[in-house]
Design a protein around this ligand. Structure first.
Ligand SMILES: *[C@@H]1O[C@H](CO)[C@@H](O)[C@H](O)[C@H]1NC(C)=O
Ligand SMILES: *[C@@H]1O[C@H](CO)[C@@H](O)[C@H](O)[C@H]1NC(C)=O
Ligand SMILES: *[C@@H]1O[C@H](CO)[C@@H](O)[C@H](O)[C@H]1NC(C)=O
Ligand SMILES: *[C@@H]1O[C@H](CO)[C@@H](O)[C@H](O)[C@H]1NC(C)=O
Ligand SMILES: *[C@@H]1O[C@H](CO)[C@@H](O)[C@H](O)[C@H]1NC(C)=O
Ligand SMILES: *[C@@H]1O[C@H](CO)[C@@H](O)[C@H](O)[C@H]1NC(C)=O
Ligand SMILES: *[C@@H]1O[C@H](CO)[C@@H](O)[C@H](O)[C@H]1NC(C)=O
Ligand SMILES: *[C@@H]1O[C@H](CO)[C@@H](O)[C@H](O)[C@H]1NC(C)=O
Length: 479
C-alpha cells in the first residue's frame, strides 16, 4: 500500500527535525535539510536553475542517484563512522589504522567534537608535540593570538616554518601560496542551496575558486554541487559533518573524509585530492589519515571572520569583517606578500558571506591581480584521482583570470544557467566530467549542465512549484 505523496512528505519532514546542536563558529542556524537524501516518492522537484531567489533555490528536490545510494552513507549531519557491511571502506580503514599506529602511535583524542578543549589543553605538552594547528597554529614560538597572522618563514625557502609536522614523513599543510602577491581563493561549507547569484558572479568574472564542500551538504544539495564542476571550480573535501577532527576517533575521522569523498564522487564524478579541516583543527594523527587518503591539507593564513557575523558578545559586525578584508589588502600594499602569496578563510555559508565575497572581489583583484584556486597556485594540474581530468597551472589560470576571451566554461554554463525554471541535469557518476583540452585556459568545463532525460520532468514549472513541500528542519550550523 502506498501513502499519498503529501503524507509521505509530512512524515519525512517530521523525521528530519532532530539533529544535534552544533557549536563553535557562532552556532548560526543556517542549514536546511533537503530531501535529496530522502526517498519521498517524488522526483524532479528542482526548478531553481538560474533563479537567484533564495526560497526558490532552496526548494526541496529529490535526486534519484542520491536516494538510491543513501544506505551506503552515514546519516547526514551526524558524525560519520564506518557503514556496517561496507567492506571496501573497512579494508581501507584497516590500512589507515595501521599507518596511524606506525606514525603517531597511541592515539589521544583532543576535546569534544563541538570544540570544547578545556579539559584537554592543560594536559597537552606545551611544546605542541602533535603540530596541533588549533592550539598555536603549529608554531614555535607561538604567534600572537590575532586573527591576522603573518607566519614566520624559513629564510632560505620562504616557506612558513609553522606548518612542519612533528612526526616524520608527513607533508606540511598548505597555508599560503608560493607565488608572490597572489591570493588563493576558496570558500568553505558549500554547496549552499542559494548560491546561484554568487556562482553566477564568479562565472561572469571567469573566476575559479576552491570549493570546500561538506559531505552532508553535497547529499542535501547534489545539483548545487554539480554547479562547481560545470563552472570549473576545484572541489575539495570539508568533512561529512563539520566537527572538530582531532576530537574524533580514528575511525570517525577516516569516515568523515571517506564518505565525503564518496559523496562528491557520486554526485560530481570527481574524487578530490585535497581537503580543509573544519576550524583548522588538524594534528599529526589527522594528517596521517588524510595522507593515507591521498589528501593534501589546505589551511589558511588569515581569517575574514565572515562566519562570525552577528555572533559572540559583543556581536561581530560587518564593519569588523570589512576591516579584515581591508587588512589583507593593506598587507599587499605594504609588502607583506612580496615573497609569498596568501590564503584567507572565506565562506559559501549564507547570503552575508557570499555578498561580502562579491563586494570585496574587485578590490582584492585590483590589489593582488592574481586570484587563483589553490590547485592552480601549486600547479596541481590533476586535483582529482581521475587522472584524465586536468586543471590549469598557475600561469594558465592567472592568465585566464585576466583574459576576457570567451571561455569554455562560460559557454558551457550558458546552456543550463540561462534556462530559468528548467531542471538541472543528472550527472551519472564518472560520466559528467571531461578532460579539458590541452592548453585550455579553463579547468574541466563539463557537460554537467547539459540536458539529460534522467532528471527531467514533463511537468511544467508551475505544476512542480505547486508540489514542493513547504516545511523544513532547521539545524544549528556554523563555519
Ligand atoms: C592500532 O592500534 C590500536 C590501539 O591503539 C589497536 O586497537 C589496533 O588493532 C591497531 N591496528 C593496527 C592495524 O595495527
Ligand atoms: C614535551 O615534549 C618535549 C618534546 O618532545 C619533550 O622533550 C618533553 O619531555 C615533553 N614533556 C612532557 C612533560 O612529556
Ligand atoms: C545557504 O544560504 C541561505 C541564504 O542565506 C540559507 O538560508 C541556507 O540555510 C544556507 N545553507 C545551506 C546549507 O544551503
Ligand atoms: C592513493 O594513491 C595511490 C597512488 O595513486 C593509489 O594506489 C591508492 O589506492 C590511493 N589511496 C586511496 C585510499 O585512494
Ligand atoms: C602590513 O599591513 C598589515 C595589515 O595591516 C599589518 O598587520 C602589518 O604589520 C604591516 N606590515 C608592515 C611591515 O607594515
Ligand atoms: C542576497 O539576498 C538578496 C535579497 O534576497 C539577493 O538579491 C542577493 O542576490 C543575495 N546575494 C547573494 C550573494 O546570494
Ligand atoms: C607553476 O608553473 C608556472 C608556469 O606556468 C611557474 O612559473 C611556477 O613557478 C610554478 N609554480 C610552482 C609552485 O611550481
Ligand atoms: C576518466 O576516467 C574515468 C575512470 O577513472 C572514466 O570513468 C571516465 O569516463 C574518464 N573520462 C573521460 C572523459 O575520459
Amino acid at each position: 500500500m502506498r501513502q499519498s505523496t503529501s503524507s509521505i512528505l509530512a512524515l519525512a519532514v517530521v523525521g528530519a527535525v532532530k539533529v544535534g546542536a552544533h557549536q563553535g563558529c557562532g552556532g548560526q542556524e543556517i542549514a536546511k535539510r533537503n530531501l535529496g537524501m530522502m526517498d519521498v516518492g517524488v522526483e524532479g522537484l528542482y526548478v531553481a536553475d538560474g533563479s537567484t531567489d533564495a526560497p526558490t533555490e532552496c526548494a526541496y528536490y529529490s535526486y534519484p542517484p542520491v536516494t538510491a545510494a543513501k544506505s551506503q552513507f552515514p546519516t547526514i549531519w551526524e558524525i560519520a563512522s564506518l557503514v556496517p557491511g561496507d567492506a571496501e571502506a573497512a579494508a581501507v580503514f584497516a590500512q589507515v589504522q595501521a599507518k596511524v599506529n606506525a606514525t603517531v602511535g597511541a592515539v589521544r583524542m583532543k576535546g569534544t567534537p563541538n570544540g570544547d578543549f578545556s579539559a584537554f589543553t592543560p594536559t597537552y605538552n606545551a611544546s605542541d608535540t602533535d603540530c596541533w594547528w588549533t592550539y598555536k597554529e603549529c608554531q614555535s614560538p607561538p604567534s600572537p593570538p590575532t586573527s591576522f597572522v603573518v607566519l614566520l618563514t624559513d629564510s632560505a625557502t620562504q616557506r612558513p616554518t609553522g606548518t612542519t609536522p612533528k612526526h616524520p614523513n608527513l607533508p606540511a599543510d598548505i597555508i599560503d601560496l608560493p607565488e608572490p602577491r597572489s591570493l588563493g581563493i576558496g570558500f568553505d561549507d558549500g554547496p549552499n542551496c542559494s548560491h546561484n547569484a554568487f556562482y553566477g558572479f564568479l562565472r561572469a568574472n571567469e573566476q575559479q575558486a576552491t570549493m570546500f564542500y561538506i559531505g552532508s551538504n553535497v547529499m542535501d544539495w547534489p545539483l548545487q554541487a554539480q554547479d562547481a564542476i560545470a563552472d570549473g571550480h576545484q572541489i575539495a573535501i570539508h568533512t561529512w559533518s563539520h566537527n572538530y577532527m582531532t576530537a574524533l576517533t580514528t575511525e570517525q575521522a577516516f569516515a568523515e573524509l571517506w564518505y565525503t569523498r564518496k559523496a562528491i564522487q557520486l554526485v560530481t564524478g570527481v574524487t578530490p585530492l585535497s581537503w580543509r579541516p573544519p576550524f583548522g583543527d588538524i594534528d599529526d594523527r589527522i594528517r596521517t589519515i588524510a595522507q593515507a587518503l591521498n589528501l593534501t591539507s589546505i589551511l589558511w593564513q588569515s581569517d575574514s571572520d565572515d562566519w562570525r557575523i552577528n555572533t559572540g558578545t559583543p556581536p561581530v559586525t560587518s564593519a569588523q569583517i570589512d576591516a579584515n578584508y581591508q587588512n589583507l589588502i593593506n598587507g599587499v600594499n605594504n609588502g607583506t606578500y612580496d615573497k609569498r602569496g596568501t590564503i584567507m578563510l572565506t565562506h559559501e555559508l549564507n547570503n552575508f558571506t557570499m555578498s561580502e565575497a562579491i563586494k570585496w572581489y574587485p578590490m582584492l583583484k585590483a590589489a593582488f591581480g592574481k586570484l587563483v584556486p589553490i590547485a592552480s597556485a601549486y600547479n596541481l594540474t590533476h586535483p582529482y584521482a581521475e587522472g584524465n581530468i586536468s586543471y590549469p597551472d598557475f600561469g594558465g589560470n592567472s592568465a585566464a583570470a585576466v583574459s576576457s576571451s570567451t571561455s569554455v566554461s562560460a559557454s558551457a554554463s550558458g546552456t543550463g544557467a540561462s534556462a530559468t525554471g528548467t531542471m538541472k541535469t543528472s550527472v551519472a557518476a564518472g560520466s559528467g566530467t571531461a578532460a579539458s583540452s590541452a592548453g585550455s585556459a579553463q579547468p574541466t568545463p563539463t557537460a554537467a549542465r547539459a540536458k539529460s532525460a534522467a532528471f527531467k520532468s514533463s511537468a511544467s514549472t508551475t505544476q512542480l512549484m505547486g508540489t514542493i513541500v513547504g516545511g523544513f528542519a532547521v539545524l544549528s550550523w556554523f563555519c
